[in-house]
Every structure is written in structure tokens, then in C-alpha cells.
Design a protein around this ligand. Sequence first.
Ligand code: HEC
Length: 129
Amino acid sequence: MFTTLRLSLVAVLSVTLAQAAVAADCAPLQQRGAEVFANECGVCHAVSKGTMGMMGPNLAGVVGRKSGSLEGFNYSQAMRNKNIDWQAENIAQLITQPQAYVPGTYMPYMGMASADDRQAVVCFLKEQH
Ligand code: HEC
């Protein structure tokens, strides 16, 4: 009886740990990501649906979206031609040094040096639907 209980507890615990491991990368970074976004990106980009950014395209749902594809936004030819799906990795590359990743982009952002901040802001973007 005791052994059975212990075994099922172990089973429950390992499932919980496995699920936590998936989200563990991003969950603790949300707060930091929101701050970094507000400081570094929010001046140009909106993340609430239907809102126009000041200068850049709305980034709600950007993870999984094709580059240069938001209806009604006047992208550079460089961004139109990039032809990628935005994912965590390539968004991190873009913000490391926009002009290096998309030469000729209209995004006038010098780049983010901190890999931790890049990861945090990408985690934040994943949650903006
Ligand atoms: C000074 C304004 C400005 C800042 C600051 C800025 N961006 Fe941008 N961003 C732009 C513009 C303008 C574009 C469109 C670029 C083009 O057409 O070449 C863009 C494009 C993008 C795209 C591509 C979107 C698409 O629809 O293809 C992503 C992703 C992005 N920015 C993320 C960020 C993140 C994350 C930050 C903060 C670290 C940031 N940007 C900071 C102006 C800005």
C-alpha cells in the first residue's frame, strides 16, 4: 500500500517536472521581457492587436508570422525579400544587429548586446498573440 502510494507520487512528480522543464526557459523571464520590450522596442512597436505602432509593424502574433507580411505596413524591400518565418532564434538574431541580419532594413535599432535580455524579450513576444 505504502509502496504503491510512493510509486504513484513519483510518477505524478516526474510528469510535473517534465512539464515544468518545457516552460521553465520562458516562464520566469516574462517580467523581465516585458520591461526590456517597453524600454527597447515599445517606442516603435505595439503588441496589442489592432493598434498601430509608432513606427514599426505591430508585433502581436509575430512568432510564426512570415517576415514583412503584416497587411498595410510599408516594409523595406529588404524585409519583404527576407522570406523567413519569425521564430525565437531569428528574432534574437534580428535584434542583435538588425542591419547585419537584414541589410537595408528600415528598423533603426542599433542592437541589443545582452543575450539574456534578447531571450527575455523573445519570451515576452511568444506570449503576445
Ligand atoms: C526606432 C524604431 C524601432 C525600434 C526601437 C525597434 N524596431 Fe523593430 N522594426 C522597426 C521597423 C521600422 C521595422 C520594419 C523594418 C523593415 O521594413 O525593414 C521593424 C521590424 C521588426 C520586426 C519584423 C516584423 C515583421 O513583420 O516582419 C521584428 C520582429 C522587430 N522589428 C522586432 C523588434 C524588437 C524585438 C525590438 C526591440 C528589441 C525592436 N524591433 C525595436 C522599428 C523599430
